[in-house]
Ligand binder design. Structure first.
Ligand SMILES: [Zn+2]
Length: 138
């Protein structure tokens, strides 16, 4: 089959248009994500244990978040449709910590954040709270 120059140009144009559409959509969703300034979220807590994450300590993914970073104090799990992964956050009651949205969870939906704690007992002590979450600037 002979592919004419015109055909190739049509194809390239289609690909370019596709990319423009995808970029526009992702830019718009960034604007939406960044529109979060300060809102009340349901805050819960988790740790790296099998109960919380269903990963065995022998697993190479144990304690590793959705973004690929190791879970640590300051790690929070979010619904990435509400807060983009990598977003830095301030959370009411923790003035000394800049949190980072690095993880996701099946039960974390909408205005819900899940704070990582180093032990299951500490996560249980935190329980469930309503806290103001805001974007950390800079
Ligand atoms: Zn746990």
């Amino acid at each position: 089959m002979k592919i004419s120059k015109r055909n190739i140009f049509t194809r390239i144009r289609k690909i370019v248009i596709y990319f423009i559409v995808v970029m526009t959509i992702s830019q718009l969703s960034m604007i939406f994500v960044n529109s979060l300034q300060a809102e009340v979220f349901t805050a819960t807590a988790y740790c790296s244990c099998k109960k919380c994450c269903d990963k065995d300590p022998s697993s190479r993914w144990y304690g590793i978040t959705a973004s690929g970073r190791k879970a640590m104090w300051g790690t929070v799990a979010v619904d990435r449709r509400v807060i983009g992964l990598g977003t830095r956050l301030r959370i009411e009651g923790f003035p000394d910590t800049i949190f980072r949205a690095d993880d996701v969870g099946g039960a974390i939906k909408g205005k819900h954040i899940d704070l990582w704690f180093p032990s299951h007992r500490k996560a249980l002590e935190f329980g469930r709270q309503k806290l103001v979450v805001e974007l950390a600037s800079g």
